[in-house]
Design a protein. Structure first.
Length: 176
């Protein structure tokens, strides 16, 4: 049995990369389902309150509820999609970020963005530009990872078996 004050909303996934999400910021608390790549069934339940967010999901049969304060989120971020834009309650851990609104209507997004930001008292984060990965640095010496650093200063000596073995000679054993 759920909270009687919560309003059920849906974030059902459609074909493509986006989800149909339209949440009303003035009707908090909200309870809805969102797409989650790591969860069983690719679905997680989200309870969105003014002070906290509760994520319910199951991973490999283990059910869990993650309670996160709204103040732990970085802000309300704008993300670009192939066919529109998306408002996200952004967390440092990307798996804890919450979709708030997905739409191809720019005016709708621009109206909802300051409302969500004001309700949660979080900053509006601009659209993130894709970051190009840094070029891989060259290693200075290929053998460096194989030998400890103090051995790098030392000369490699001859093997012990080669130094003490004489071919064609009989072994002399001294007895007392």
């Amino acid at each position: 049995m759920g909270h009687q004050t919560a309003i059920e909303a849906s974030a059902s996934s459609t074909s493509g990369s986006s989800s149909a999400v339209r949440l009303d910021p003035h009707s908090l608390p909200l309870r809805f389902e969102a797409h989650d790549n790591r969860a069983d069934g690719y679905v997680r339940r989200v309870e969105l309150h003014r002070e906290r967010v509760v994520l319910h999901r199951a991973v490999r049969g283990m059910r869990m509820a993650i309670n996160v304060r709204v103040s732990d989120f970085m802000g309300v971020a704008l993300r670009g999609l192939d066919d529109g834009k998306m408002l996200v309650l952004k967390h440092r851990d990307p798996s804890l970020s919450i979709p708030l609104l997905v739409s191809s209507d720019i005016e709708e997004i621009e109206m909802a963005w300051p409302m969500w930001s004001e309700i949660f008292a979080l900053p509006q984060l601009p659209e993130e530009k894709p970051i190009e990965p840094a070029q891989r640095r060259r290693r200075r010496n290929a053998i460096r990872e194989r030998r400890p650093r103090f051995l790098m200063r030392r000369r490699v000596g001859a093997l012990l078996n080669e130094a003490g073995h004489y071919k064609g000679e009989r072994e002399i054993i001294a007895r007392n």
